[in-house]
Design a protein around this ligand. Structure first.
Ligand SMILES: [Zn+2]
Ligand SMILES: [Zn+2]
Length: 338
């Protein structure tokens, strides 16, 4: 096909728009994080100034609210600051991260990690990841890693690039990302339910507003809590469903295509990372009988480590991903640039 064909022009146009969108996503990151911290702070001040003094059973509910707020801030901080798992150093000026790529973070500070017990081999096995080279950055790309076009680097167990945390969601920060969404939903719902009468009070003109936080800030937080609480709940449900079936956001698109293709061929597509919903969730949060963390560690604002370094994966016994594809066909979303 000659270079100047209409199809080629359209393709180059599309690529140009895509690159602009990536740059915009990267630039929006710091703005959204600043806005996020501001809104979380405003919501927390409004809650403890206006709603908390009116709560029943304060001896019980106030510590619970402090715990929810603490978890929300801590997991947001971790999601934003824990490197997602770059497989190598920067490949372009301005790219973020360490030069050697990210290593499994050592537990320190607020981390909590008891001794790792021997991993029992039940219905799954740990097998090394197939490693290929990225066609975009030339870095190592073990299976489940993908190239992020915004960061211009490959990320282990890449899920998506989130402007709301100004970085990728990958193997090392995905637990914090999910836990942040969970505690944000809890916090916004608590605000909406417990702050119902205060919201009426703030809107009424016959009474004085006796609180230090401005009434308009309270109403704004209340309305935002309804919208964000609903939107993030849907995102969280989708994310947790993906975890339960053993698929990242990228894989859910790829696997849907494979399932259609397999159906056309009269075959079935097998996702070997799916070891059953309960085990998938246990592996994700690195908890359960052979996990690093007890389940109740998720109730505390602690660092959570993945069960693998991204270079080997738990698989259903005797299974592998695919319906007889060549390895080259596997990564649909990392299509070669023209
Ligand atoms: Zn790459
Ligand atoms: Zn990224």
């Amino acid at each position: 096909m000659p270079c100047s064909s209409p199809a080629s022009v359209v393709f180059r146009c599309f690529k140009c728009i895509e690159r602009s969108a990536d740059r915009a996503t990267g630039a929006a990151g710091p703005v959204l994080v600043t806005l996020g911290v501001g809104l979380l702070g405003m919501g927390t001040v409004c809650f403890f100034d206006v709603i908390e003094p009116t709560l029943p059973f304060r001896l019980l509910l106030t510590p619970l609210c402090v715990l929810i707020a603490g978890n929300m801030f801590a997991h947001y901080y971790y999601a934003c600051t824990v490197p997602p798992g770059f497989t190598q150093g920067p490949v372009a000026p301005g790219a973020r991260g360490t030069a050697e790529g990210d290593r499994m973070p050592e537990p320190r500070g607020w981390n909590w990690a008891p001794m790792r017990r021997d991993r029992r081999e039940w219905e799954m096995q740990m097998t090394p990841a197939r490693v290929t080279l990225c066609r975009r950055c030339g870095g190592r790309k073990p299976e489940r890693a993908h190239h992020c076009r915004v960061c211009n680097r490959c990320v282990l167990k890449y899920d998506h690039h989130c402007p709301g945390i100004n970085q990728c969601v990958g193997i090392y920060n995905e637990r914090h990302f999910v836990l942040f969404m969970f505690y944000l939903v809890l916090a916004t719902w608590s605000f909406v339910i417990a702050g119902y009468s205060n919201a009426w009070e703030a809107m009424g003109f016959e009474h004085d507003w006796p609180h230090r936080s401005p009434g308009v800030a309270f109403i704004m937080t209340y309305i935002l809590s309804i919208a964000i609480g609903l939107a993030v709940f849907i995102m969280l449900a989708w994310q947790v469903w993906g975890i339960a079936v053993g698929e990242t956001a990228v894989e859910s698109q790829d696997f849907a295509y494979y399932r259609r293709l397999a159906k056309e061929r009269g075959e079935t597509f097998v996702n070997a990372y799916d070891i059953g919903k309960r085990r998938n969730l246990e592996l994700f949060f690195n908890t359960g009988p052979d996990g690093l963390h007890p389940w109740w560690a998720m109730l505390l604002p602690l660092r959570a480590l993945p069960y693998t370094d991204g270079y080997s994966w738990a698989r259903a016994r005797g299974e592998h991903v695919g319906i007889g594809f060549r390895p080259d066909d596997e990564v649909l979303t990392d299509e070669e640039e023209a």
